[in-house]
Design a binder for this molecule. Sequence first.
Ligand code: URA
Length: 202
Amino acid sequence: MRHPTPSPLARLQALAEDAAQCQRCPLWQHATQTVWGEGPPRARLMLVGEQPGDKEDLEGRPFVGPAGQLLDRALEALGWPRDELYITNAVKHFKFELRGKRRMHKTPAQREAEACQLWLDGEIALVKPKAVVALGGTATRALLGKAVPVLANRGQWLPRADGLPVLVTLHPSALLRLRGEDRELAFAQWLTDLRVADSHRA
Ligand code: URA
């Protein structure tokens, strides 16, 4: 008897279940859970961040903390409904160091990003986006397979080996480190970068 081919949603869910058990690097030991991507299983545009932060780790959803709030503000300004995008991270577990009771973000090591690569590649293979936005250096490297300077390439499409166009821009956390007018100016420049992907969104 022939079995029906599983839908993209079912295949993504199956991959997410595998990723939930991931112990390919030590980060799972201290994280609460694997934070998988979210969005339509056939979204046209995928956004990739670095790794879940404190709030994402606790809630199990990408970009729901302070960086996510800034991303939401940008999506609203761009007129991009969040629920039409597939949003994920290069690394699926939160890496942190304890300072007192606070869990402070630590940049994932290259070997940790490499251990996680198969999950991101799996999401891309199943969602089949028309284009991807790389938010920051870790995402850019994971998507392009090599280190690419973000500031020198921001707002530009760089092709992956498989031809998928990747728009390089800053990670929202880089903007959160700025204050007042500097942050507003950086936010406006970030929108200019992101707008380059407008035609790939819908
Ligand atoms: N930063 C990221 O890169 N991803 C998140 O999900 C949250 C913060």
